[in-house]
Write a protein that binds this ligand. Structure first.
Ligand code: HEC
Length: 157
């Protein structure tokens, strides 16, 4: 096997093939267009959380759980883009702060309970979100987690 890689010709072919595959993948980058933000629908529109909690949610959750995703440059590069976009899609499907169910007390209660649980058990924000020093502001301390939890309990209808 090793001898194959010693050959300059084969090494060059491998490089060229890898390059072509990489550029080929870029043709399949998903669209990063956010769904529209409808005024009055966001969690912050009525009964907003205390300002510190609102700031924490914006920093640590809104990229995956709202229609206001801030896309980093690497979200434009396949195959990372496929992985990131699937997180955003799944995240928004489970919980979307831009489409908060204001009028539906039962659903609000469920969402708040679920948020408190995810934050307390450290399942959220997704650990991969803070890998490699990305999004340091989303690395929540116990105290910050406690503040979010307290809000979910006090805001429950
Ligand atoms: C990097 C993207 C990402 C970030 C950041 C993130 N989440 Fe999530 N979240 C997901 C994904 C993906 C799912 C669905 C799959 C899963 O549960 O692992 C999810 C699921 C959830 C659920 C469960 C929804 C349901 O189906 O009932 C809750 C609640 C939640 N997240 C809350 C939060 C909160 C609160 C924050 C911020 C402190 C946060 N998430 C940050 C990606 C993210």
């Amino acid at each position: 096997m090793q001898n194959i890689f010693r050959s300059k010709k084969i090494r060059r072919r491998i490089l060229i093939t890898a390059g072509l595959v990489f550029f080929g993948m870029q043709l399949f980058n998903p669209s990063l267009k956010n769904p529209p933000v409808v005024s009055g629908h966001d969690l912050m529109a009525t009964n907003p959380p205390p300002p510190e909690v609102a700031a924490l949610l914006h920093e640590a959750c809104y990229d995956c759980h709202s229609n206001e995703t801030r896309w980093p440059w690497y979200a434009h590069v396949a195959p990372v883009s496929w992985w990131i976009v699937s997180h955003m899609k799944e995240g928004r499907e489970g919980l979307n702060f831009s489409e908060w169910p204001h009028a539906d007390a039962n659903t609000v209660g469920d969402e708040l309970g679920s948020i408190g649980h995810q934050v307390q058990t450290r399942k959220m924000p997704l650990p991969s979100y803070t890998w490699l020093g990305m999004h340091p502001e989303a690395k929540l301390t116990d105290e910050q987690r406690g503040r979010i939890l307290k809000w979910t309990e006090s805001a429950a209808p």
